[in-house]
Design a protein around this ligand. Structure first.
Ligand SMILES: [Cu+2]
Length: 146
């Protein structure tokens, strides 16, 4: 009698383990790579560390707003005299930005004002910055979810 219970318990455990493995496999198959929403990123070539911050407390859909892009070298020195080009869009929808944001002002200490940003719909947006300064040209892409 006792061994019957042990047997039943062993079967139950095996079923649970098998089910868990099955679910884990399904999860691994359907899981997208974790979306990196960090507002500070190293540029793709490693030349700079760039950070973005909106100048408004709340980034709303359909409203023009400006951001501050901070550019530092990999060892933390502020980068001035950079040329900055902005691009972006919604990768899942195959469309770009509804406006043409521009860097309009150098604020000092590696900080650049980016004006004319607008997100016209909810979902995942990419904001890409091409940065050219004395150390070289490099780019960085940020993900934003609205
Ligand atoms: Cu879209």
């Amino acid at each position: 009698m006792k061994s019957g219970w042990l047997y039943a318990l062993a079967v139950a455990v095996l079923v649970l383990v098998a089910y868990g493995a099955h679910v884990a496999t399904l999860d691994a198959r359907s899981a997208k790579p974790e979306l990196d929403l960090a507002r500070s990123q190293t540029t793709s070539g490693g030349l700079y560390v760039a950070a973005i911050e909106p100048e408004v407390a709340d980034v709303k859909q359909g409203v023009l707003h400006s951001w501050v892009l901070t550019v530092k070298t990999a060892d933390g020195q502020p980068v001035d005299d950079a040329r900055v080009a902005i691009d972006g869009g919604m990768p899942e929808h195959n469309h770009g930005l509804p406006t043409s944001p521009r860097m309009t002002e150098y604020l000092g200490n590696g900080r650049y004002r980016i004006e004319g940003v607008k997100f016209s719909m909810s979902g995942r947006w990419e904001l890409r910055f091409d940065i050219s300064a004395a150390p070289g040209s490099d780019s960085v892409t940020f993900n934003l979810v609205l």
